[in-house]
Unconditional design. Structure first.
Length: 339
């Protein structure tokens, strides 16, 4: 009996030493010291022992049970300790590792300048108007006092879908669409894409942007036009910038004017950019032709208006000293990151 008990002790302690998990420990506990365990099994046969042997064996059995229980506890604690150490190592966060790099988008230079222009005009009470890029010949030409055989059509090499439909060659058709639907006072700014047949080079693109302005009210004069243009030029190119209007011709304005500002490179002294003129042309303008007002149902005896159209690209290139228009369309991120 004594040897059997010692054998159980050996077996239990050896098995416990090899246990690797909590479940294995629990299995061993049941196997050795559980109600139907090996130790209990042996003790149930104590009745067969002599009265002298019984207390000795009983004591030994208790001692072995104690030893096994102690070992179970120690082993359990060791395993838990090991598991904790594992987990800590697994869950360690190295706060010194570099973070994920996220690329932040930027505004395109065309939009930066456009937004400034919009803000300036909105602060003067203008609202933003829009028209379609696929336009009727009627709005792009006819209603603007440019009939079919008019020589002014030659200056705008237009993409036609059919004799009636085209890609707008200017933003001026938005003037007509607004005047057809709104009664004076009218104060709108209409920026948008326009299209003309052209070879691409450093200064030309078949797709570009114009910003149309239109004001119709009682007593509007050329002075209001000049004032609005002065304000926007100074805002975009600095307070020293001067604005010049000179006679020009557009069928839908009368009188018509060409708008120039003092050269943004030399400040008006004359340089290569302005071809020694000191001035750079930024668009066309004029007083809305009374014929056009009348066609839109606005009485030219009561109302007058001014309109202008500026090329956005020209303004952006000048503002940032960019010498090739293609950079604005190529989506080269190295270029766009500079703004
Ligand atoms: N639409 C004209 C152009 O593209 C510019 C312009 C607009 C002229 C408004 C007068 C008034 O050349």
């Amino acid at each position: 009996m004594k040897e059997q008990l010692e054998a159980v002790r050996q077996a239990a302690l050896a098995a416990l030493a090899n246990a690797e998990t909590g479940e294995q420990l629990e299995e061993l506990r049941i196997r050795f010291t559980g109600k139907k365990g090996e130790l209990t099994g042996l003790l149930s046969r104590m009745g067969k022992l002599s009265p002298q042997e019984r207390p000795i064996i009983g004591q030994l059995a208790n001692e072995i049970r104690g030893a096994i229980e102690t070992e179970l506890k120690t082993r359990k604690a060791a395993l838990e300790q090991r598991e904790l150490a594992h987990r800590l190592r697994r869950e360690t966060v190295d706060v010194t590792l570099p973070g994920k790099h996220r690329q932040i988008g930027r505004q395109h230079p065309l939009n930066i300048v456009l937004d400034e222009i919009k803000d300036a005009f909105i602060s003067m009470g203008f609202s933003i108007a829009q028209g379609p890029e696929v336009e009727y010949d009627y709005y792009n030409f006819e209603a603007l006092n440019i009939p079919k055989d008019h020589p002014a059509r030659d200056t705008q090499d237009t993409f036609y879908f059919s004799p009636e439909m085209l890609l707008r060659s200017q933003t001026s058709p938005v003037q007509i669409r607004v005047m057809e639907q709104t009664r004076p006072p009218i104060r709108i700014l209409a920026p948008g894409r326009v299209f003309r047949i052209d070879e691409v080079d450093a200064t030309h693109s078949p797709i570009f942007h114009q910003i149309e302005g239109l004001v119709v009210d009682r007593g509007i004069t050329m002075a209001h036009l000049k004032g609005a243009l002065e304000l926007i030029s100074k805002k975009l190119f600095g307070p020293e910038t001067q604005t010049r209007i000179r006679p020009d011709y557009f069928p839908f304005t009368e009188p018509s004017a060409e708008i120039s500002i003092t050269c943004y490179k030399c400040g008006g002294k004359g340089c290569r950019l302005c071809k020694n003129e000191g001035w750079i042309e930024i668009g066309g303008a004029g007083m809305v032709n009374p014929k056009v007002l009348e066609l839109c149902g606005i009485d030219p005896d009561i109302y007058s208006g001014f309109a202008f159209g500026m090329g956005l690209e020209r303004l952006v290139l000048g503002r940032y000293g960019i010498d090739d228009i293609r950079l604005l369309y190529e989506n080269n991120t190295k270029f766009l990151e500079m703004f």
